[in-house]
Design a protein. Sequence first.
Length: 237
Amino acid sequence: MALEKFDDIYQRAAARKGGAASLNILLGPGKQDHLLPAITDDRFLSAFSKKVFQSGFVWRVVEKKWPNFEESFFNFNIEKVLMMPEEMMERKASDPKIIRNFNKVKTIKANAHMIFDQQQQGHSFAEFIAKWPSNDIIGLWAYLKKQGQRLGGNTGAYSLRALGKDTFIISRDVEAYFRAHDIITGGVQTKSSLNAMQTSFNDWQQQCDLSLGQLSRLIAYATGDNYMHLEGVIDAR
């Protein structure tokens, strides 16, 4: 099936969301990668860690406990986390002030190593992320999955979006769109499916001035049953 034109998708989403003005508000801000270098690397480790703990868990519980995580892990200072011995990590993982999951706690140090490795190349991790091209965002996902821990699937992508890196998200609606149009047929995280989705987003970006994040939302708003308007917005991105 031929790739649907951006204008057709936009018009359908606008009709579902109460017009172009309302849709544009729902799409949110555009690309903000230029702001990334100002973010300190401890905030990257904090964001990665929060998304790891939120995966498969109640997000609001993680949010409520996150100040305790910050305190327990030295505000995610990379050097201090890397100096934590195994026994300290085990002790932290049994503290009821945080979420007691040793396997997830261990990812904090592992992902600190990933960040530290980039720092040794003469730049901050934030600068490394900021320079990654948006036309190969799935390559950045693959990097996080391979070099980090538990950052595969949507976890890495949601972490990047939370920090301001432009990325699309494979939500249920976005996946449903690509399947309905026979752009993907196998597993959503297979190399062929990811390449097909990246190519589609790249093509749409040639037809408009929207960021990957905005396009991702647009696809979701043009698909499925998310008929919310401004007065009842939920995240279907």
